[in-house]
Design a protein around this ligand. Structure first.
Ligand SMILES: [Zn+2]
Length: 253
């Protein structure tokens, strides 16, 4: 029996490991400056428990979040871990994605200035940057609805049924999902970077160069293949975790 399992009775080792990885995501997002006070949320489905996921204890700043403080929930909104609060809009979004997409094991959601800025436009991202090319075929635009309602949960499922995993939530922010936590994080990183460049280009006072259709198509084919790998985004994520550890963040408790 591992030390982690001995220390955390009442949960599987898979749950504890997922808690540690998801908690590291909050510290990484804090380090990257992608927070919005206590708002926005990252979640992960627990391996072997398809109807259960982990999300932040609402009220904690991202640099306060630990593996133990994450809240375990089911798809009906029941809290299964002792104590802890959740944000109802967060529950609606995250459970809506998990119910709609069996391939999603992680959902990340931000309100960054670049992401929320691009979300003000109907189809804000244009094929003008290498960063956007890496997610070009994976982007979905979802119309703003009434937060924390079943209606919004259902509408999100409709937006996601085509298979896209990088979502621009119009008038709101960004959301990515992935089969793995690192895959969802890689998508979010590239989507965020694409949004930053899109906003920069709109301030230059000159029309940007649009990447040719041929190159766009080749990029789509290449990135679809890369994203099929379970290793997509893994080296980058491991690097971010090492950075967070070097900075002294302590989430494994
Ligand atoms: Zn939000």
């Amino acid at each position: 029996m591992s030390a982690a399992l001995q220390l955390h009775t009442g949960m599987s080792e898979a749950e504890w490991q997922t808690r540690c990885t998801l908690a590291s995501v909050y510290h990484i997002i804090n380090h990257l400056g992608w927070t919005d006070l206590i708002n926005t949320h990252m979640s992960a489905r627990i391996p072997g428990e398809p109807n259960h996921f982990l999300i932040n204890n609402y009220g904690e700043m991202f640099d306060e979040i630990t593996a133990s403080s994450l809240v375990k929930m089911d798809m009906d909104g029941n809290v299964l871990s002792a104590g802890g609060k959740f944000n109802s809009a967060g529950f609606t979004i995250h459970s809506g994605v998990y119910k709609a997409r069996s391939d999603a094991n992680c959902v990340l959601h931000t309100h960054t200035r670049a992401g929320a800025g691009v979300s003000l436009m109907k189809h804000g991202l244009r094929p003008i940057s290498q960063d956007h090319l890496s997610v070009l075929d994976d982007v979905v635009y979802h119309e703003y609805g009434v937060p924390a309602t079943q209606e919004e949960c259902d509408a999100l499922a409709v937006s996601l049924k085509g298979g896209g995993s990088c979502v621009v939530l119009l008038n709101h922010g960004l959301l990515t999902l992935g089969h793995t936590i690192h895959g969802a994080m890689m998508r979010l990183y590239m989507l965020e970077r694409a949004c930053e460049l899109e906003l920069i280009s709109r301030q230059l006072g000159e029309e940007p160069v649009v990447v040719s259709e041929y190159v766009q198509q080749k990029a789509k084919e290449r990135m679809q293949k890369r994203r099929q790998s379970d290793d997509y985004g893994l080296p980058e994520f491991e690097g971010l975790v090492r950075t967070a550890e070097r900075l002294g963040f302590d989430w494994k408790r």
